[in-house]
Design a protein. Structure first.
Length: 313
């Protein structure tokens, strides 16, 4: 099968479009014909070696976590899916394997694709939307009427976070740049802080949840914006944030929490309901063919993507 592999840690020059062996599903897995995948920052962070403590030094390495495609084979113990099913999933293997014509995923991590989405639209959802959902619902314990601030509201995780918070009846304040204000408004958010002209950490409002989806600010900077029992959630496990999360776990008052996304077919089914109810949509800046994935990596690394970059296979 055709795939894009990384032949080492470093630049996009190490990404190669080539032929590799097709994976074989285990008893609890599905073999998926991948129609589309998408770029997430973790993909190029792995490629650059930022996570080599977890990924080791075995190459070539097949990256990518998001898949939308068709089931072509199921393992002996699989009962929820059959060949021909249209699914979407966040792969539950590390460092992924979605940059390919075929991929395998555990039954528990997969979900039927939303009926209202194309494969391209569905491929933008899994990792980013799961991150947003698990951060707000599971870590933030979001409730109707909560005041929620989302930093990085126009990014991959942020666009889903805005929509999920709105769907759960929270009062949302979004932080983004001038050029993305109209986009964020189109997601249903009307209190917007333009970070090019205003430092949101100097805002006078108080929040139940601050979700730093782009990990650009610290708990120390945001603490004064939190209500007495407010929660600060970050996507970046820095030594400082890890220590603070442990300290605030045992101390009363404001909390620091770190989101580590987990693959979950059940959570994707929940998102599917919101999508089909027209409460969530994918925001896609651009699509690229699998053979042009190096360009997509380069654009993602620049850090100003509105929504997601999707790869068609």
């Amino acid at each position: 099968m055709k795939a894009v592999i990384s032949n080492g840690y470093g630049s996009t020059d190490l990404l190669e479009y080539t032929s590799v062996e097709q994976p074989t599903p285990k008893s609890n897995q599905l073999l998926i014909k991948v129609n589309a995948t998408s770029i997430n920052p973790i993909d190029w962070k792995i490629r650059k070696g930022y996570l080599k403590i977890f990924t080791g030094n075995k190459f070539p390495m097949l990256l990518g976590f998001d898949v939308a495609g068709e089931v072509v084979e199921v393992g002996d113990s699989v009962t929820s899916f059959q060949a021909g099913d249209q699914i979407y999933a966040r792969l539950d293997s590390f460092p992924g394997g979605a940059y390919a014509e075929y991929a395998v995923v555990s039954e528990s991590a997969a979900c039927l694709k939303p009926n209202t989405m194309t494969y391209t639209q569905a491929a933008a959802v899994p990792l980013a939307a799961l991150t947003a959902l698990q951060a707000l619902r599971d870590l933030g314990k979001i409730q109707p009427g909560h005041d929620v601030l989302i930093n990085g509201a126009s990014g991959g995780v942020g666009t889903f976070a805005v929509q999920i918070a709105k769907a759960l009846s929270a009062q949302v304040t979004a932080v983004c740049s001038t050029k993305n204000i109209d986009l964020v408004k189109s997601l249903g958010c009307f209190r917007i802080i333009d970070y090019t002209s205003q430092d949101f950490t100097q805002d006078s409002a108080k929040y139940d949840i601050i979700f730093d989806a782009v990990a650009k600010n610290s708990f120390a900077q945001c603490k004064k914006l939190l209500k007495p029992h407010g929660i600060y959630i970050t996507t970046l496990p820095t030594p400082s944030s890890i220590v603070q999360s442990l300290l605030t776990l045992v101390l009363p008052g404001k909390k620091v929490k770190l989101i580590t996304v987990r693959s979950s077919g059940k959570d994707l089914a929940y998102l599917k309901e919101l999508i089909e109810a027209d409460k969530i949509r994918s925001v896609i800046q651009e699509t690229y063919p699998l053979s042009d994935i190096a360009k997509a990596h380069s654009i993602s690394e620049q850090g100003h993507v509105a929504g997601k970059l999707v790869i068609t296979v």
